[in-house]
Design a protein around this ligand. Structure first.
Ligand code: SF4
Ligand code: SF4
Ligand code: FES
Length: 520
């Protein structure tokens, strides 16, 4: 546990973590010091002067809180008339050339400039000279759109491309009121994390072409989730909304801070993967191409399973631990071999040394822990012999067309239990749609051995059953996640002590990995 120290804020004693600057230390106990240029992942730049505070110890009258470490016994003043006046003055300066186009700005509702104006400024503009005009709607590449007039020149976006991605595509050119953020001519943003500048920008100067104008942010329900785009399991906000007469739809993913997993950022591919939760989803159960009720599809699967001479069960590396366990139990009770073969989820060489992983599944570690066979050779042998393949949401040909294996599968009877349409659902005798990860809760273990829990977030008008429920309907003995966990605890020594409700928000490190911790 971090060392604590006591200091006074506006005369009130508070206990804060040592080793932090005043913004972070005091912010952690719920007292916000307004700031624009400081971000914990990027450090203190000290350029906006929005965070000036008073310290009663003979220092200069005001100091920037972002550059001032919290010290034992420090007496910090945030609410004197003098400080309030400085904050109003800084706001006035920021707004001299600002277009104040909040009604048409995507950031309205989550804009620091707007918030601080309401908290600290609230005065009519005294400017009677024409505003400096700058460029709007600039395409910076990677889906980032820049509005120079809204920019407060905090430099966060510029520092992100220099300090985090190391690509340096952005710079601040010119000086004083003609200063502006820009790309170098003909050199747009070109990195796989570029959209983080939209999250980082404290105002509406960096927007996402994908999200802008699609929703007012105050209509969005902002829930927490885990990205299933790769084996890193980055923490995300899932922002979704059910508009009148419509379905619950996800409008964006944003990075959610977790030092143990992804720091403050996520990759662009993961950010945009919200689309696949909305699109190309399977919604109808079919038997031999005819639409049927879910109960009839399940009944037919039961029948097929009991009639097959040599059935084979396949489970997904993207399924939760609870689902994987339930599928394994169903296989054991039915005397059927269970596989987690899923080489097609691996994009060799695609990962990097930051967040992105080659493995595009969220819970391959789960298969390992639960001891579900994943070897290609063993799977191919079993596939060749089987007469029925029951597939629990494993996208067998995801990034690997594997024509040879496809030809073998084509000769088998296939039951496709799936979230999305794919080769197996196109060729399934029975096709059963199931809920995807934003619609159910469970646990996953990332590549670094960090166990994380997530909850159901999206509630579709037509709710789909999840894989665990399907196994129960097929005669499995796992009726819910509580029961799954009592089985998992007794079978998996590494998870013997785990209480899923008590998994810390940042996750539980099961095994030590040097790559696990992200510094930004
Ligand atoms: S675009 Fe946004 S993040 Fe970049 S300098 Fe301007 S205000 Fe700051
Ligand atoms: S690095 Fe992986 S888990 Fe993280 S956001 Fe990207 S795809 Fe998702
Ligand atoms: S946050 Fe301290 S000067 Fe900008």
């Amino acid at each position: 546990m971090a060392d604590m120290l006591k200091l006074f804020v506006n005369g009130e004693e508070v206990e804060v973590e040592s080793g932090k600057n005043l913004i972070d230390a005091i912010g952690a106990v719920g007292i916000e010091i307004p700031h624009l240029c400081y971000h914990p992942a990027l450090g203190a730049d000290g350029n906006c002067r929005m965070c000036l505070v008073g310290i009663e110890d003979g220092r200069p009258p005001l100091v920037p809180a972002c550059k001032t470490p919290a010290m034992e016994g420090m007496r910090v003043q945030l609410d004197t008339e003098k400080i309030k006046k400085i904050q109003r003055d800084v706001m006035e300066l920021e707004l001299i050339n600002h277009p104040v186009d909040c009604p048409i700005c995507d950031q309205a509702g989550e804009c620091k400039l707007q918030d601080y104006y309401m908290e600290h400024d609230l005065q009519e503009s005294r400017m009677r000279v024409a505003q400096v005009k700058k460029s709007k709607n600039l395409d910076f590449g990677c889906g980032v759109v820049h509005d120079q007039e809204r920019c407060v020149l905090c430099g966060r976006c510029v520092r992100f491309t220099r300090q985090i991605t190391g690509t340096g595509e952005l710079g601040i050119v010119n000086r004083t009121d003609t200063a502006r953020v820009n790309i170098f001519p003909g050199r747009p943003l070109n990195n796989r994390y570029a959209l983080n500048v939209v999250d980082l920008c404290p105002v509406g100067a960096m927007t996402s072409r994908d999200f802008r104008f699609s929703q007012r942010v105050w209509f969005l329900k902002k829930d927490e989730g885990i990205c299933h785009g790769c084996a890193k399991g980055c923490n995300i906000h899932i922002d979704h909304n059910r508009e009148k007469y419509k379905d619950d739809v996800i409008y964006r993913y944003r990075a959610r801070h977790n030092d143990l997993v992804n720091g403050y950022f996520i990759c662009d591919e993961g950010r945009m993967s919200y689309k696949s939760e909305n699109e190309n989803r399977l919604t109808e159960a079919t038997v031999k191409g005819d639409l049927v009720a879910v109960s009839e599809a399940v009944h037919t699967i039961r029948q097929e399973l009991s009639e097959a001479k040599k059935p084979l069960i396949l489970v997904s590396p993207n399924s939760s631990l609870e689902q994987q366990w339930a599928v394994k139990r169903l296989a054991t009770l039915s005397g059927v071999e269970c596989f987690g073969y899923s080489d097609a989820y691996i994009k060799e060489g695609d990962g990097d040394d930051y967040l992105i992983r080659d493995d595009k599944s969220a819970n391959r570690k789960g298969l390992e822990l639960i001891e579900i066979e994943t070897s290609k050779q063993r799977f191919e042998e079993a596939l060749a012999e089987c007469d029925l393949l029951v597939n629990f949401d494993n996208d067998l040909f995801r990034f690997d067309a594997n024509e040879e294996m496809k030809a073998v599968v084509a000769g088998k009877k296939v039951i496709a239990i799936s979230t999305h349409a794919n080769y197996l659902t196109d060729n399934g005798t029975v096709v059963l749609p199931v809920a995807s990860y934003s619609e159910y809760g469970g646990c996953v273990v990332n590549e670094d051995g960090i166990l994380q829990a997530f909850s159901p977030v999206v509630r579709k008008n037509e709710e789909l059953i999840d894989v665990l429920e399907v196994t129960r309907m097929l005669g499995g003995d796992v009726s819910d996640s509580g029961q799954a966990w009592s089985g998992i605890r007794s079978a998996v020594p590494e998870l013997a002590e785990v209480q899923p409700d008590l998994i810390p928000a940042e996750g539980l490190q099961l095994s030590v990995s040097e790559e696990a911790h992200v510094s930004a």
